[in-house]
Design a binder for this molecule. Structure first.
Ligand SMILES: *Cc1c(COP(=O)(O)O)cnc(C)c1O
Length: 234
């Protein structure tokens, strides 16, 4: 018998939570210190509703044109979740994203931060922001390079309608994830010295969440292990 989607999601969610709990235990970190962000890109709003019913509190999306209608449909279906925007973001989409996102994890330029700050004026409360870092210095998949991190984080911290919360990164394909996340942890330590409220570290995906938790991740972004293989590669 083919199990229903709810049973499928419940089973994969239990597995992912178990992986996170084991990773916390072997890192000597309290369980519950790591927030699961379910990355629902390419999957329908009905999956967001089911995940919310199963206890997932945070979901991630990487394209505004997909996320904006999905956030509306999921809310209409009763989902109560925080939306994290995790993809490369054009400044002309800032207004749309600021209307439904609770956290934008992929801010990597002062100009994007300024556009989001202007857009966030219309919100009930400030928009939380993580600065995306390019760990290997290649800007192709987004992220600040080198000292840009400090410039962009100061811009976000000074913005009236944004709240600087921390850093996000994707481990480069050809890097050992431990080396990548260790470098990210070092940058986080420096950031927190200047901005104590910016202690979040969003790191780790389906393939490398254990390494991310070992190096202090507070948020892991999990798509495939939770929802299944995506058709498109993105
Ligand atoms: C798609 C995506 C994820 C989830 O990746 P999986 O390998 O499917 O777990 C995490 N972070 C970002 C930025 C993504 O685009």
């Amino acid at each position: 018998m083919v199990p229903g989607r709810r049973d499928q999601l419940a089973a994969s969610l239990a597995e992912v939570r178990e992986r996170i709990a084991r990773a916390c235990a072997s890192a000597g970190r309290p369980a519950g210190q790591v927030t699961l962000v379910a990355v629902t890109k390419t999957y329908p709003a009905s999956d967001v509703v089911l995940l919310s019913e199963l206890g997932v509190t945070d979901v991630g999306e990487n394209r505004d044109q997909e996320a904006a209608p999905k956030a509306l449909a999921a809310a209409a279906g009763g989902a109560k979740v925080r939306w994290h925007f995790v993809g490369q973001l054009q400044r002309n989409k800032a207004k749309s994203v600021a209307a439904y996102a609770d956290v934008v994890e992929s801010v990597d330029s002062a100009r994007l931060a300024e556009a989001l700050d202007r857009a966030a004026v219309l919100r009930a409360g400030p928009l939380s922001v993580l600065i995306q870092v390019s760990i290997d210095g290649d800007p192709a998949r987004g992220g600040t390079v080198g000292d840009d991190l400090w410039r962009v984080s100061d811009t976000v911290a000074a913005a009236g309608h944004l709240r600087l919360r921390g850093l996000m990164a994707v481990a480069p394909m050809d890097w050992d994830p431990d080396r990548a996340f260790e470098r990210l942890a070092g940058l986080s330590e420096r950031l927190v010295k200047a901005h104590p409220e910016a202690a979040a570290i969003s790191a780790g995906m389906s393939g490398d969440l254990e390494a991310a938790v070992r190096h202090g991740a507070t948020h892991v972004r999990i798509g495939t292990s939770l929802l299944g293989m995506r058709n498109q590669l993105r």
